[in-house]
Design a binder for this molecule. Structure first.
Ligand SMILES: Nc1nc2c(ncn2[C@@H]2O[C@H](COP(=O)(O)OP(=O)(O)OP(=O)(O)O)[C@@H](O)[C@H]2O)c(=O)[nH]1
Length: 956
């Protein structure tokens, strides 16, 4: 702005007028102030800008009219006039905000002041200011617009950049910065070589040159790969030259859009289209209304229908009559409900041929606004199905008879079993095997055999109900499943009918007729309540029973019999295991000569030290192996062990003969004698004569002659035999005669009861007599009381074995027992005394009385009255019955006999007294009188002895 110098005007009037005109014309406000800072003049622009008319403003301080506030902080400022007046120097133009007091309007101004000499010669100041509000707003608008542009540029996905003619970046938006991994400041001034992968550089540069040098506008696809970030994209780049107004190119502007995703999508679509076109599977696409909208070439290849024939139609035009309408209804229900369906469909081709396809339908959900569609993919599996059916036939049917084979039969059996369980009726599994089929084959040839098998299959099939199954397992074996039976009779009737049918002649070529029969094993569920496999096995087992029973019959499986047989097998195998594990041991029961007071031997008795059940007697396990193969190894173990024990005792100075029990099975094993010889040889210190073999007289020695020979063979080795349990068999006499056993062992049942059973005594007496007659030794088993021994001695049997002598004991206890054993006094006395057999009843009457007294004493001494008392009537006790009966008849004439009666009566009277006391609860008083009772007993026994002596004396 030009300085106003009114005081320097050469022509006051003209100059003043011109000056006023100039001032009036100026757009800048001009204010002059005197040295005090009061306004001297202001031009119209100043009036307008400050809002102060000159008339009001003149004379006022400048600061009142021209009020300045800071642009940023809005604090009032002193203004340039004050500065000039204070400093005397001009101020530089400064931008401010001028507040116009009058209007409240805020203006942006630029102002400066210069010193000014007033007309009075005093100092003053000239203030010049211009309204810049319009310019400032424009600038603000420009800045705002730039900010917006940057925001847009930085937030678009596209890469936007400007390069100068040296191909250096002048601008890059944030997308570019991201791709380059650099800030804008680091990009500006650099070239692509600094940021992009070298591979793409040459092509990019060529494009840039076409724009910069040739002025072309390019639209190109470019690969952009950030060197630092590795970020990669395919971009569609638009590059255009930027020109000066004169047309010169000064820069290149590029906008690159990332089309990577679109490219991929395009690739995918291309791929999908390729798959669609080249797939082997037929593909059809329908709209939501099931109208075909597309098919692929394979569809045409499979069905024969071209696009024109298929498009717009419902796929049901392919359907055959194979499926019911419900099939398709279900199919679509599944597609709509689950979005998919998969299965086999039989359709019809254009040429009318039906084919089977494996079809998968998928519902493709609707996009926004759309209705979705369905895709069906199918493969022609007709060939495969045919092959599968062929294989299935081979796998499940017998090629010769066309009957179900074992596999299909097993399947049917499982199903039938489940049905039977549900229905609660019976099912029979019948295992049928032709009888003597091999000879038919051998005689008439394999082909004839085949013909018969086919005929058998046919007869069986025709003879059954629809629900039954007949299957051929192979060879001449068939299985028949009879389901829904109400009772066993129904099963029997069917089997009888089948057997009759099969027994009819089979006609062969040349008029030959062959007759055949069959054997059938039958397991009936649920009588045999087991699983399918086991039923079949049981039927098979029963078929063998039918064969063994004579063929041409059926045999029903018996579960209980099988259970017992199984238990038996398990027991045998456990015993075998026990033998291997050394769980068996021998105990020894001494045998004595009661007359001479000598121990004459011991019987070895097997025991099983069972790990769980403890020590088991032979009755617990030997019956299981009786007659089995295992009898031999167990028997051999017994002989070996007994011989080893005898050798051990001998070493300790005890020479004790031992007898062992030998089972019939063991004895009759072919190499028995040889094995025995080897066992003896293993113990050379033991004389064979010390070993005695006890064989059961009852053990059904089938072949007496053979056994007799065996016994003789063993005798030659020096080993003797005893017939055990003698008297219990049917042909004891015959055995005695035929077998050269040295010893007879009287069975303990006779010995035990002979005191009370005169018949048993008679048997014992007879056996002793026989032994004497045949010159055999005799020994009694089961001697449980001293009286048994006494009676045996009187009967002439000196040797005995039994609990009254010793129980079986461990081998280690035997030497001490032998050393300490003494015979009972009664035996020694009986040995000295001769008692005619006819008078032995006196002896027995004595035993009876003694026994009765023992019972009475025990009853009286026992607590309470729980047990019944022995017979109290003197004629009811065994002694009384003898006395009144046989005794009176034989000895009634003897005084010694008659004396006995009153004593016997007194004893009974006393016992009745004691019983009364006991029953009255006076147990102690009753017990206190027992010695009195024993005294009276002794008196009676003395009288009996006297009677015996008297009789003996008379006999002498
Ligand atoms: N023809 C013919 N024979 C067969 C076939 N399969 C097996 N065999 C014969 O059938 C016979 C079966 O005989 P077996 O059941 O063992 O004996 P079997 O003579 O019937 O005597 P048992 O069954 O004891 O009454 C054998 O000779 C086999 O060679 C076949 O497919 N065709």
């Amino acid at each position: 702005m030009a300085e106003t110098r009114p005081d320097e005007s050469a022509a006051p009037d003209g100059g003043a007028v011109r000056l006023a005109a100039v001032l009036a014309a100026l757009r800048d406000g001009v204010i002059t102030a005197d040295a005090r800072g009061c306004i001297q003049s202001l031009n119209p622009a100043a009036e307008r800008l400050t809002g102060w008319p000159a008339a009001e403003a003149l004379g006022r301080p400048v600061a009142e009219v021209f009020r300045l506030v800071g642009r940023a902080n809005r604090v009032s400022l002193p203004g340039p006039v004050a500065e000039v007046l204070a400093s005397g120097a001009a101020t530089a133009p400064t931008e401010h905000t001028l507040l116009n007091l009058r209007t409240g309007t805020e203006l942006a101004i630029v102002c400066h002041a210069v010193p000014l000499a007033g007309p009075d010669g005093g100092a003053g100041a000239l203030l010049v200011f211009r309204d810049r509000t319009g310019e400032r707003d424009e600038l603000e608008r420009l800045r705002e617009s730039e900010r917006q542009l940057n925001t847009i540029l930085d937030n678009v996905e596209s890469y936007i950049f400007i390069k100068d003619t040296d191909y250096r970046y002048r601008y890059a938006n944030r997308a570019v910065c991201r791709l380059f991994g650099a800030d804008l400041a680091d990009i500006v001034g650099r070239t692509d070589a600094d940021f992009l992968d070298p591979d793409a550089l040459a092509r990019l540069h060529a494009n840039d040159r076409r724009v910069i040098e040739d002025g072309e506008r390019l639209v190109e696809e470019e690969e952009l790969i950030g060197r630092a970030t590795g970020e990669h994209c395919t971009a569609l780049t638009v590059k255009l030259p930027l020109r000066h107004p004169d047309g010169r190119i000064y820069a290149l502007c590029g906008v690159a859009t990332d089309i990577t995703w679109q490219k991929r999508r395009e690739d995918q679509l291309r791929l999908a289209a390729g798959v669609f076109d080249h797939a082997q599977e037929g593909i059809l696409i329908t709209d939501a209304d099931a109208r075909i909208v597309d098919i692929n070439p394979a569809f045409t290849a499979i069905t024969g229908y071209g696009r024109d024939e298929a498009l717009g139609r419902n796929p049901s035009f392919l359907k055959s009559d194979h499926h019911a309408p419900e099939f398709f209804a279900d199919m679509w229900a599944s597609v709509l409900e689950t979005g998919a369906w998969r299965g086999e469909v039989c359709n019809r081709k254009k040429n009318g041929e039906s084919f089977i396809e494996m079809l998968a339908i998928s519902a493709v959900p609707a996009r926004q606004g759309g209705r979705g569609y369905f895709v069906g993919v199918f493969t022609d599996i007709t060939q495969f199905k045919a092959q599968q059916q062929r294989l299935e036939r081979i796998a499940h049917y017998d090629a010769l008879t066309q009957l179900p084979n074992r596999v299909l039969m097993a399947d049917r059996l499982h199903v039938a079993l489940a049905q039977t369980r549900r229905a609660g009726d019976l099912m029979a599994v019948c295992y049928l095997d032709l009888d003597e089929f091999k000879p038919v084959n051998d005689t008439y040839g394999h082909e004839a055999g085949d013909q018969i098998l086919v005929e058998v299959a046919s007869r069986l099939s025709l003879g059954l109900r629809a629900g039954d199954t007949v299957a051929r397992l192979g060879g001449d074996e068939f299985v028949i499943l009879l389901a829904g039976l109400h009772d066993l009779d129904e099963c029997r009737r069917t089997l009888d009918r089948l057997l009759r049918t099969l027994a009819k002649p089979y006609g062969l070529a040349g008029g030959v007729g062959v007759e055949l029969s069959a054997s059938v094993g039958v397991a009936v569920y649920p009588l045999d309540d087991t699983d399918a496999d086991t039923l079949l096995r049981h039927a098979d087992q029963s078929m063998y029973v039918a064969k063994e029973a004579g063929r041409n019959r059926y045999h029903l499986y018996d579960p209980e019999h099988d259970r017992r047989a199984r238990a038996q097998r398990e027991a045998i195998s456990r015993i075998e295991e026990g033998l291997l594990r050394g769980e068996f041991q021998l105990h020894y029961q001494p045998k004595v000569d009661m007359r001479r007071g000598r121990v004459v031997g011991a019987e070895a008795l097997i025991r099983w030290q069972h790990p769980q059940r403890g020590l088991l007697p032979p009755s617990e396990f030997l019956p299981h192996i009786d007659g089995t193969e295992l009898a031999r190894p167990v028997g051999e173990w017994v002989i070996d062990t007994a011989l080893a024990q005898m050798a051990a005792w001998r070493k300790g100075g005890l020479e004790l003969p031992v007898s062992v029990n030998v089972s019939a099975r063991h004895l009759q094993s072919p190499d028995f004698t040889d094995n025995l010889a080897r066992a003896l040889a293993r113990q050379p210190g033991v004389p064979p004569s010390d070993l005695e073999l006890e064989i059961l007289e009852t053990s059904a020695l089938d072949d007496l002659l053979h056994v007799a020979g065996l016994i003789d063979g063993c005798h030659r080795l020096g080993v003797s035999f005893a017939l055990d349990d003698f008297g219990t068999g049917y042909s004891s006499l015959s055995y005695l005669k035929r077998l050269s056993a040295k010893t007879l062992k009287i069975d303990q049942s006779f010995v035990r009861d002979m005191l009370h059973d005169s018949e048993d005594m008679a048997i014992v007496d007879a056996i002793v007599g026989m032994a004497e007659a045949f010159q055999r030794r005799v020994i009694a088993e089961g001697v449980e009381g001293v009286e048994h021994g006494v009676l045996l001695l009187h009967l002439g049997c000196d040797c005995a074995q039994g609990y009254a002598i010793a129980r079986p004991m461990a081998a280690a206890e035997i030497p001490a027992w032998v050393a300490n054993w003494r015979p009972d006094g009664a035996w020694l006395q009986a040995a000295r005394q001769h008692c005619p057999k006819a008078d032995l009843p006196i002896l027995i009457a004595g035993f009876d009385h003694r026994h009765w007294i023992d019972l009475v004493a025990a009853w009286i001494g026992g607590a309470g009255v729980a047990a019944n008392p022995p017979p109290l009537n003197s004629h009811a006790c065994r002694f009384g019955r003898w006395y009144d009966g046989p005794g009176l008849a034989r000895y009634g004439a003897l005084a010694a006999f008659r004396e006995i009666g009153p004593v016997h009566e007194r004893i009974h009277a006393l016992v009745r007294e004691l019983a009364t006391l006991k029953l009255a609860g006076q147990d102690d008083r009753a017990a206190g009188r027992v010695p009195e009772l024993l005294d009276q007993r002794n008196s009676l026994l003395l009288l009996l002895e006297r009677l015996a002596r008297e009789i003996a004396a008379r006999a002498d």
